[in-house]
Design a protein around this ligand. Structure first.
Ligand SMILES: C[S@@+](CC[C@H](N)C(=O)[O-])C[C@H]1O[C@@H](n2cnc3c(N)ncnc32)[C@H](O)[C@@H]1O
Length: 292
């Protein structure tokens, strides 16, 4: 199903207030508001040369934090447009709420899978931006082929992710191990639960930076930049990511979300206390490529 929504209709979509009670909000919204996170994404937009007058597709726009950064760089130029795509109706609804004061002609929301490009976007665009979502895509070859088809010659594909092989610096392994052990112990002691039968803490196989480079180069895209940057992630951000549904389901599948959130948050707080740390470093990969 494709729902195409213009920003002018945002208020109809979000209802009177749009907000949901915090204890039922498992969206990405609170994590996306962290300053370090905005900086990581802004760096990518700078490297991608996003600027006034461009038509930009944003894949997996989530709750609109990066959409706002793109709009700021387009600076209201008349011909500029952001086409923001996400497969989650709730994320789109929250993004529309976040951007309800933006000029209606500056942004268009489309509820669709990223892989449906270029079916859902007419004409070619100057840039495709994909922040913190490419690791979710099972068939990345098809995705990148479609991104390439959507770009004008000379157009830019830029993406970043902190879920790739090498994202966790080796010295942080003990942090993750302790956190998971504590979370499982709290689950048992406080809630009398274990991970449901057949559900294992997931060990996803992520691509290496070199595999991402080969991926873009295999689809008429020329590598312009590849960067791995270490970012200190504070406790508040780990608490917020522990409240994000996709994250919870990735590491503690099959549990009620509110219970999983509680054990993850308590587990990470105790781990920070025990290790006496203020932040945990995490690597972000950024790749920028240009359509030949
Ligand atoms: C971690 S959030 C990132 C949101 C935003 N790009 C940011 O950096 O703030 C990932 C987003 O990817 C979306 N997503 C996951 N798989 C998708 C797919 N196949 N097509 C479109 N969106 C997808 C989710 O709904 C979610 O909003």
């Amino acid at each position: 199903m494709l729902i195409k929504l213009l920003l002018g209709k945002a208020e109809e979509m979000v209802g009177e207030k749009g907000d949901m009670p915090l204890d039922q909000d498992f969206s990405f919204r609170s994590f996306a508001q962290h300053t370090f996170y905005g900086k990581v994404n802004l760096d990518l937009l700078e490297q991608a040369g996003i600027g006034p007058g461009q038509r930009v597709v944003e894949l997996a726009c989530g709750t609109g934090a990066v959409t706002r950064l793109i709009l700021e760089r387009l600076r209201g130029a008349k011909e500029s447009l952001v086409i923001a795509i996400d497969h989650s109706a709730l994320a789109i609804k929250q993004a529309m709420e976040e951007l309800k004061n933006v000029r209606a002609s500056a942004v268009q929301f489309i509820q669709s899978k990223a892989e449906e490009l270029p079916k859902v976007v007419q004409g070619r665009v100057d840039a495709v931006i994909f922040c913190n979502g490419i690791h979710y895509i099972p068939d990345k070859e098809t995705l990148v082929e479609r991104v390439s088809q959507t770009l004008k010659p000379g157009g830019t594909f830029a993406f970043n992710t902190s879920f790739f092989q090498g994202a966790q610096p080796p010295e942080t392994q003990q942090f993750y191990r302790r956190w998971m052990l504590k979370a499982l112990r709290i689950l048992k002691e406080k809630h009398g639960l274990s991970l449901p039968h057949g559900q294992k803490v997931e060990a996803r196989r992520y691509l290496t930076p070199e595999q991402y480079v080969a991926l873009v180069e295999g689809h008429s895209l020329q590598l312009k930049g590849k960067e791995v940057k270490e970012v200190p992630v504070p406790l508040e951000a780990w608490l917020d990511i522990s409240s994000y549904q996709d994250f919870i389901e990735g590491i503690l599948p099959g549990l009620p979300l509110s219970i999983a959130r509680q054990v993850l948050q308590e587990g990470v707080t105790r781990t920070f206390e025990e290790l006496g740390i203020q932040s945990v470093p995490r690597n972000w990969l950024a790749i920028v490529a240009v359509k030949a």
